[in-house]
Write a protein that binds this ligand. Sequence first.
Ligand SMILES: Cc1cc2nc3c(=O)[nH]c(=O)nc-3n(C[C@H](O)[C@H](O)[C@H](O)COP(=O)(O)OP(=O)(O)OC[C@H]3O[C@@H](n4cnc5c(N)ncnc54)[C@H](O)[C@@H]3O)c2cc1C
Length: 380
Amino acid sequence: MNESFDLIIIGAGPAGSAAAFTAAQEGVSVLVLEEHPKIGVPLACAEGLSRSTIEGYLQIQPDWVAQHLAGSIVRSPQGGEFTIEYPDVGWILDRKKFDPALAAIAETHGAVLKKSVRAIGIQDNEVIVEEDGATNKYLFRYVIGADGITSRVGRWMGIDTRLSTGEIEVCAEYMISNISVNPQYAYLIFGSKYAPGGYAWVFPKSEHAANVGLGLSPSKTKENAKSFLDRWIEEEFPDGQIEERVFGGVPAKILKRFSGNNFCLVGDAGRFADPLSGAGIANGIKSGVIAARNAVRILKGQKSRLESEMKAEILDEIRWHHRVRSVYMKLSDDDFKDIFEIAEKIFGGVTITDINTHQLVKHILLSCPRLLKLGFKLLF
Ligand SMILES: Cc1cc2nc3c(=O)[nH]c(=O)nc-3n(C[C@H](O)[C@H](O)[C@H](O)COP(=O)(O)OP(=O)(O)OC[C@H]3O[C@@H](n4cnc5c(N)ncnc54)[C@H](O)[C@@H]3O)c2cc1C
């Protein structure tokens, strides 16, 4: 007789673990399947997390944090820089501690976590897995697909999760030591020389080490992300020691459907990453929590509020950011220059406690007739 669980979660990244601890806390039986032997390894992430995006969903513990951030240093394509002073804006996490810690919280609440177990299909109400060289099946009443950007759960449940070249940011990133950086600021670098249709970053892990990477749109260049990164690192950090190399992608797509009667996709699998910043940790956790909360309601015979909660908590903002991204993708380096001059006037010499992107975009568009032409539709 196959083992049976109320809820099976496929993938133990932040989204899957958040779903697991949320549901386990409510007393339903939860099984989490993770294909790798170690949670959080391998990892494709710069580990940045802004406080405002996660508030109300997760209390960040000191030992998950590599660096506390006090703002950002923004660089224009022409090389100018300005600083956004934003105390307590967020953190550079240590995801090799963070991801296992979230999975451990789920286990503490009673979730069963099986590592080195790979889901290979779903048939009726059974997940088929490869486990210890054998094929096994686990019965579920509800299943959550938290299997990341390369998700197959969606396809198994009849959802088209394919990403076209315009719907993905392709990323290359190295963890570099033997460099000198201000550890309190995340560097954000814009322009076609570094990352066409995206941006480059230096996210400090200490004074002498950082995640240095970039995400670009393959619809904007034929050259691969690694070439851009190698060229930039050679120029910016010639003496840097490359400790780790990661390559991956961030989805920038809204699915027509992310759930059904007995399943939901969350995190990158559900295409919930922020299409503008490429940040997926916070929305992964939020979508995991919301999906699990509503799975529990369904399992207990109550009415689900999945669609409305996802919309209010995540999708409204994602939709807005998609619209901003569509304008962002059209910007030239000269447009960036204008935007930088406007942004420098807004942020220079002040300390902020919040950024309202609607107001910021409106202000920038209204300050420059060329940009207003490009982004007119964003205002209305
Ligand atoms: C280079 C790069 C830098 C990034 N930097 C940031 C950043 O600074 N901040 C930020 O917020 N986001 C960042 N992101 C995005 C972020 O990493 C993801 O959005 C986030 O990890 C998504 O979490 P998740 O739980 O949905 O998926 P994942 O973290 O990808 O976890 C999915 C899990 O599912 C498991 N899995 C997959 N298939 C199966 C299967 N068939 N059976 C069992 N297990 C399976 C995988 O092993 C994995 O553990 C970055 C992405 C890239 C590529």
